[in-house]
Design a protein around this ligand. Structure first.
Ligand code: DI6
Ligand code: FE
Length: 401
């Protein structure tokens, strides 16, 4: 049905700036934006329905391009212990940390994982999120990684949200492979990735490149296999130390390199040349009380595209609000509200390989948008979370949220 949405101001986010259209109108048809521009120039013929948006601000639907939203249990017990002075390393040595989430995820049924993830995804959606990425990485064997990825697919089937599923089998070493990381990497490359890809469960492949996870050489094996399977890659890189994983990611034309607090100027140059998006995760920075900031000036100077995401996970970023991440991107990383909004729209779409169809409000793109009752776009980064009054439109249809 051809619908005319009017009586609004639009921040289209084209080219990554607000790109404002005052007194705007949008025509959606068959789920796409058929026309957008000043209301006075809007087409009148063939419009089946006209909706007044009451003078509000319209932005693209928000995109959370880095989450681990599917997992069993949670780690609030570890949070309490850390606040009593027990170190993260001690907790990990006692079998906690990622290992405890792996145990809980393996023990959970697919239905149980779906039910808990659904609540978290709905929380993100209440913030205007219409697209998100979900990583596996707490199963760490074929059956359990499959279970997680199937839950990601099912969330997209049952909720009005687009989901990109990313295989993060190279997240941590499973207990069965203790002391044998190269064997686990070979298992991922030879067994897990081909099987999961053949089942259509994988949109991209990620890995955790860090001293406490996998080396650049091990990550490269995973990247080579992903490329053979025709899958794009991404990387958790430079979160706690500088291994130049982001440069490695750029060499493999990665969609994104994520975290990046310890990246160097040369890494930024490599990423800019490859078009690899820098995904910044201020929620993890905050929750871990990190102090080393990502090199914002170098990223800007070299023209690296900067996205922002929640990193929603039970260990380092139990964040259920992407809008809170807009605020943290500004307060902690000194992004401007405009950069932050571009980071959860245009650049987040590019970080998911969806730049041609999502992330801005332009003719031909999917009609996913949010009509916010706010004074100006900066309000989205200004309020510390909270449920701002809004109407959410996905594929041209208003959804309840
Ligand atoms: N980086 C992180 O901060 C999380 N994963 C990753 O690769 C940690 C995940 C967890 O602690 O459960
Ligand atoms: Fe992560």
């Amino acid at each position: 049905m051809r619908t005319l949405w009017q009586n609004c101001q639009v921040a289209t986010m084209a080219q990554g700036s607000y790109s404002i259209i005052e007194d705007a109108a949008i025509v959606s048809n068959a789920g796409l934006i058929e026309w957008i521009g000043p209301r006075t120039e809007a087409p009148v013929q063939g419009i089946a329905r006209t909706v007044s948006l009451d003078g509000v601000w319209v932005t693209p639907g928000l995109i959370d391009c880095h989450t681990h939203a599917v997992f069993g249990g949670n780690r609030s017990d570890e949070f309490e212990r850390r606040l009593q002075g027990v170190s993260y390393a001690d907790i990990a040595a006692q079998g906690g940390g990622i290992a405890s989430t792996v145990r809980a995820t393996r023990a959970a049924s697919e239905d149980e994982l779906f039910a808990s993830a659904r609540q978290r995804v709905q929380a993100l959606m209440r913030d205007g999120v219409t697209t998100l990425e979900i990583k596996s990485g707490y199963g760490l064997d074929l059956a359990n990684e499959r279970k997680m990825l199937r839950v990601a697919r099912r969330l997209a089937d049952e909720l009005p949200v687009a989901v990109r599923a990313t295989c993060l089998a190279a997240h941590a070493l499973p207990p069965e492979y203790a002391g044998r990381p190269d064997d686990y990497i070979a298992h991922i490359c030879d067994q897990m990735l081909p099987a999961l890809a053949a089942e259509g469960l994988v949109d991209a492949v990620d890995a955790f490149c860090e001293h406490l996870a996998f080396s650049p050489a091990q990550v490269e094996q995973v990247f080579i296999r992903a490329r053979e399977l025709g899958l794009p890659v991404k990387l958790h890189a430079e979160q706690l130390s500088s291994l130049h994983g982001s440069s490695l990611a750029a060499r493999y034309q990665a969609l994104s390199a994520d975290h990046l607090e310890f990246m160097t100027e040369e890494d930024a140059v490599a990423m800019a040349e490859a078009g690899t998006v820098a995904v910044l995760l201020p929620g993890a920075f905050y929750f871990l009380r990190e102090t080393r900031l990502p090199p914002m000036d170098a990223l800007r100077r070299h023209g690296v595209k900067i996205a922002l995401a929640s990193d929603l996970n039970p260990g380092t970023a139990p964040g259920l609000s992407l809008r809170l991440m807009l605020n943290m991107g500004c307060t902690l990383f000194r992004m401007t509200p405009e950069e932050a909004l571009a980071g959860v729209t245009l650049h987040a779409a590019t970080a998911l390989g969806m730049g041609d169809t999502h992330g801005t409000l332009e003719v031909g793109k999917v009609a996913d948008f949010v009509a916010w009752q706010i004074e100006r776009p900066a309000d989205l980064a200004y309020w510390l979370g909270g449920d701002l009054p809004k109407r959410v439109v996905r594929k041209g249809h208003e959804i309840a949220h």
